[in-house]
Ligand binder design. Structure first.
Ligand SMILES: Nc1ncnc2c1ncn2[C@@H]1O[C@H](COP(=O)(O)OP(=O)(O)OP(=O)(O)O)[C@@H](O)[C@H]1O
Length: 265
């Protein structure tokens, strides 16, 4: 579903601020793969997400999604087949628009010929059915402006909007990090439910080691622009957070994680 070959991304090339954010990255994801990505600060996790979404174009290498070479496609040209949820609950939704207006935008995004953004009875019914899956009572609040929702409810709505039209790839960029533990757990549960129900190919960045171990079927560790560990389900399901820290320290040649903002549980 995703095939990244020899991708390199350098910021401020040729200046004193030159930073190699991604170094010859290779990554293949099979349809339905759910990969968690963990790594030290500045390891290149967000850059990898942006390279996939089209936010940044690589300096070198190729990106294929569902067999199509998208390497040179701009972000808006990939939007129809990529869903993304950001860390900031404010980022994925428009606060001054109602829940149904936000959903209408997400609904139109996935259709080749842009449909009218209006909401008719048929669409409203679809929206209500989908919102009911979130278990937040939002199906009865279609006319509520999104700015009035809690952070957790906005993140649940962002998740629904990102997955509404069956994206080829779902990108989750620390999407529970800004929430309190109870709301974060709710979004974790919802993520697993939506990803499994729709069999979505998913890449999720997290600083929470427990999440990285328990969610998904594969775990990647990044460091200094490289993927330094790639653990399959059989390996990661036997590991504790302590084992994971040890494995990462080994992969980094014994260097400790003291400076990083890892959450162990
Ligand atoms: N737009 C940019 N301009 C210049 N440098 C950048 C830019 N974006 C990222 N970088 C640099 O590239 C490197 C990788 O950054 P990136 O944000 O991908 O790391 P990350 O793994 O997501 O880190 P964190 O966990 O701290 O968010 C860092 O050194 C960062 O400072």
């Amino acid at each position: 579903m995703l095939n990244i070959r020899q991708v390199r991304k350098v910021f401020n090339a040729g200046t004193v601020n030159e930073k190699i954010a991604l170094q010859e990255i290779n990554l293949t994801m099979a349809p339905g793969d759910f990969i968690t990505v963990i790594g030290s600060n500045g390891a290149g996790k967000s850059t990898l997400m942006n390279i996939i979404s089209g936010g940044y174009l690589p300096d070198q290498g190729t990106i294929e999604i569902d067999g199509k070479n998208v390497t040179k496609l701009a972000e808006h040209q990939r939007a129809a087949f990529i869903g993304r949820v950001f860390q900031d609950p404010m980022a994925g939704t428009a606060p001054n628009m109602t829940i149904e207006e936000n959903l209408a935008i997400a609904y139109a995004r996935g259709h080749r010929r842009k449909l009218a953004l209006g909401v008719n009875a048929k669409k409203r019914k679809i929206f209500q059915e989908q919102l009911a899956l979130l278990d937040q009572g939002l199906e009865n609040r279609l006319k509520t402006k999104v700015g009035f929702l809690s952070g957790g409810q906005r993140q649940a709505l962002s998740l629904l909007m990102a997955t509404f039209t069956q994206p080829k790839i779902l990108l989750l960029d620390e999407h529970t990090a800004a929430l309190d533990p109870k709301r974060a757990q709710l979004i974790v549960d919802l993520t697993v439910k939506i990803v499994e129900k729709n069999k979505l190919t998913t890449l999720m960045v997290t600083h929470n080691m427990e999440q990285a171990l328990t969610m998904g079927n594969r775990l990647l560790m990044m460091h200094e622009g490289r993927i330094i560990l790639d653990l399959p389900q059989e390996k990661k399901q036997q590991m504790t957070t302590k084992d994971l820290l040890q494995a990462f320290e080994q992969a980094r040649g014994g260097e400790a994680f003291a400076e990083d903002r890892f959450i162990l549980a």
